[in-house]
Write a protein that binds this ligand. Structure first.
Ligand code: LMR
Length: 334
């Protein structure tokens, strides 16, 4: 009798062990934007590559549009291991204690994607990602979104037009200084709350690349959009370090290659996604699109470049200088 019980018990244990062995490794990938954006599409692309190339040993569950966590909560969830992967904008690392990432928010620091890639794909970008490790986070890649526009219910042609406007920003202190330099009143707010805040007048305006403006329908509650290109918005793809280090080596290598290919894809589609979104905003007829004249652009740059100096102590003078070197930026020439 005892032997029979033992045999049955052993069989059950073997069965459940093999069932466990077949359980996929789940990567919960949470983000706050719509699926039809550069980040949303790249997250789906990573899911596809990761699942195909590991033959189902890894399952990636993508939660878009803040359906799982909002901005602040998702960072905490990653550190706690409740999600495994995120791609927050580079403007959202200050509250985590890695404020150096706010360097990417400095107005007019990058003129185009090429200058930006000199930084993100070079030694400066890598050393920034390494700073995350003390927080239990590994930085895997940088994904582009694009250059920001400003929006409000009044035309924003010159810095004076911003006086007294309440402008929603992400959690970055550099963006706070940027909006103050324009004479407006910045308000930090989670991305998921922006549409309603604009609709109800809690804030008057905001900034984002066209892909975010359009997919969140912000253009339906903002009468004017200015193509200011005054700053860049991009992402760091990050994972819980303990989780990533604990993966079987062959799986991790496969996922790293899938991430490299997804990064290529993300950065290839970003510009077109934003161009298409801007065309869709234009076609909707809901917002008037304004392109500043050369003189107006000069006035924007004059008002905003001082933010570089103002924020140097927070971000680090050496870091700012090393980025100037990569991009050829010369504040004296603005
Ligand atoms: C925002 O919060 O405005 C954006 O950065 C959201 C995002 O992830 O693109």
């Amino acid at each position: 009798m005892k032997l029979r019980t033992l045999v049955i018990g052993l069989a059950a244990a073997t069965f459940s062990l093999s069932a466990m062995a077949q359980q996929p490794i789940v990567i919960k990938f949470s983000h706050v934007v719509a699926t039809e954006t550069p980040k949303g599409k790249a997250a789906e692309y990573f899911k596809k590559l990761a699942e195909e190339r590991t033959q189902g040993k890894v399952k990636v569950e993508v939660y878009a549009n803040s359906t799982l966590y909002k901005d602040k909560e998702e960072m905490e969830a990653l550190q706690l291991g409740a999600v495994q992967m995120l791609a927050p904008s580079l403007a959202k690392f200050g509250p985590l204690g890695v404020k150096q990432f706010e360097v990417f928010d400095l107005p007019y620091l990058f003129d185009n994607y090429k200058e930006l890639h000199n930084v993100t794909q070079g030694p400066v970008g890598k050393s920034l990602l390494r700073m995350l490790e003390t927080k239990g986070i590994l930085g895997l890649a940088y994904w582009d979104n694009g250059f920001k526009v400003m929006s409000a219910n009044k035309a924003l042609k010159i810095p004076d037009d911003f006086k007294g406007l309440k402008m929603r920003i992400q959690s970055s202190n550099v963006l706070d200084a940027q909006m103050r330099a324009l004479g407006s009143l910045p308000q930090k707010m989670a991305f998921s709350e922006v549409y309603q805040a604009l609709q109800t007048g809690v804030v008057d305006g905001t900034e984002n690349p066209p892909s975010n403006l359009y997919t969140q329908k912000m253009h339906e509650v903002q009468k004017y959009v200015t193509l200011s290109d005054h700053g860049y918005l991009g992402y760091a793809v990050i994972v819980n370090k303990k989780f990533w280090d604990g993966l079987p080596a062959d799986i991790r290598t496969t996922l790293e290659a899938a991430m490299a290919d997804s990064t290529k894809y993300a950065n290839e589609i970003a510009k077109k996604e934003n161009d298409d979104a801007l065309a869709a905003v234009k076609a909707s007829g809901k917002s008037e699109i304004y392109t500043p004249t050369a003189d107006e652009k000069k006035a924007w740059k004059k008002a905003l470049v001082k933010v570089h100096d103002q924020m140097a102590d927070r971000i680090g003078k050496d870091l700012i200088q090393s980025i100037y070197k990569e991009t050829g930026f010369d504040p004296g020439k603005l």
